[in-house]
Design a protein around this ligand. Structure first.
Ligand code: SAM
Ligand code: SF4
Length: 363
């Protein structure tokens, strides 16, 4: 079982980001952490107590978990501890600005053993353009502090496909990541999301036939090749690790369609083929953290997700999932060398084609 904990606060709102996070509701932090505790206790009781299920990974994400003081996580960890497997992977996301040495140390002492920094770029101009509140230097310091504290598993998020990006500019970012001794990179192609500053800017740029986003298909392939040269093996469309040990077990769990609990405003859980959506609005969530909307997944939904997610990562797709017609189409793709069959699983080696391949195969 995986556990996701959502922190919906950020020090500032990046121009591209549509995640459920707020910069003006800091006075709600204490009440929010109380509500989280209630929802977590209820979830553990409903889904784990008196079962032999255990929590294998925890992911504290956001928003920005480093906007919450480390001591406020203590009671959440106390609740989780009895259910954790030995050596559970416990990740926190962090922003270079707020993840101070002492915050990182305290989180490490609570049991966090993987840290994921939202870096996006080491280029000052690009950081400003994206609306990031930190500098390249503070990102480097945050990573060095993580190493000082003793974190062995460190990730940097990088965004590409932004106007003015080129292979040369991105190469510099990846070289810095490599030189810092980081063992995991999440490289995301920019998405222009609704309800963001970029979305509004994009509307006016369209009139001049300009865009904030470049066509980055060729760039993606160049980046993937370069990361491979640097020793980062791609195991999912946007994720690269220097070895299997450093892959994100939590995220890989989602792609393998494992069950997960999700607590916090707007968090999602998926257990027994049912999705549970928590209240998104922070005030309403604090008032009633146990209210969830449920959605039962049909077998068809589950199959489509397994195929799509399986083709986007190295996990692949179990052949038994497919019906006769789907299998026939998959076999055609295997003959054309677009897919590979091994030990009753079908593997896709070009994750950028995952959606296309899944659409072609599925009825
Ligand atoms: C919750 S944030 C990471 C942690 C922290 N909030 C921070 O930004 O420092 C998760 C990651 O999603 C990526 N992301 C968010 N919005 C995106 C977008 N519109 N397009 C591409 N990547 C995006 C960013 O790389 C970001 O670091
Ligand atoms: S990218 Fe991270 S810091 Fe920026 S607004 Fe989104 S969640 Fe907050």
């Amino acid at each position: 079982m995986l556990l996701y904990i959502h922190i919906p606060f950020c020090d500032s709102k990046c121009f591209y980001c549509a995640f459920n996070s707020y910069t003006t509701k800091f006075k709600l932090k204490d009440d929010y952490m109380e509500a989280l505790k209630k929802q977590l206790a209820n979830n553990l009781k409903r889904h784990l107590i008196n079962t032999n299920k255990k929590i294998e990974t925890v992911f504290i994400g956001g928003g920005t978990p480093s906007t919450i003081k480390a001591s406020s996580y203590k009671e959440l960890f106390d609740l989780i501890k009895p259910y954790l497997i030995e050596n559970a992977e416990i990740t926190t996301e962090a922003n270079p600005n707020s993840a101070t040495l002492s915050w990182q140390q305290e989180m490490f002492d609570l049991g966090v053993n993987r840290i994921s920094f939202g870096v996006q770029s080491f280029d000052e101009k690009k950081l400003k353009f994206l609306g990031r509140a930190h500098s390249s230097q503070s990102a480097i310091e945050a990573v060095n502090n993580a190493k000082k504290v003793g974190f062995k598993k460190i990730n940097c998020d990088i965004i590409y496909g932004v106007v003015n990006d080129s292979f040369e500019t991105l190469k510099k970012d990846f070289d810095i990541v490599k030189d810092l001794g980081i063992n995991h990179i999440s490289a995301y192609s920019l998405i222009i999301e609704e309800n963001t500053k970029f979305f509004l800017d994009e509307k006016s740029l369209k009139k001049e036939k300009k865009s904030l986003k470049i066509d980055d298909e060729d760039l993606s392939y160049e980046i993937f090749d370069y990361l491979a040269k640097l020793g980062f093996k791609q195991y999912e469309i946007a994720n690269f690790a220097t070895s299997e040990e450093f892959e994100s077990k939590h995220n890989y769990g989602y792609w393998k369609h494992r069950e997960y609990l999700g607590v916090g405003a707007g968090a999602v859980a998926c257990i027994n083929n049912t999705r549970e959506y928590s209240e998104k609005n922070i005030e309403k969530y604090i008032e009633n953290p146990l209210s969830v909307e449920k959605e039962e997944l049909s077998l068809e939904d589950i199959k489509a997700e397994k195929v799509l997610l399986g083709f986007r990562c190295k996990f692949g797709v179990e052949i038994e999932l497919l019906n006769k017609n789907e299998l026939k189409r998959a076999e055609d793709l295997i003959t054309e060398k677009k897919l590979e069959l091994k030990d009753n699983r079908i593997f896709n080696n070009n994750y950028l084609l995952a959606d296309e391949l899944a659409l072609y195969i599925l009825d």
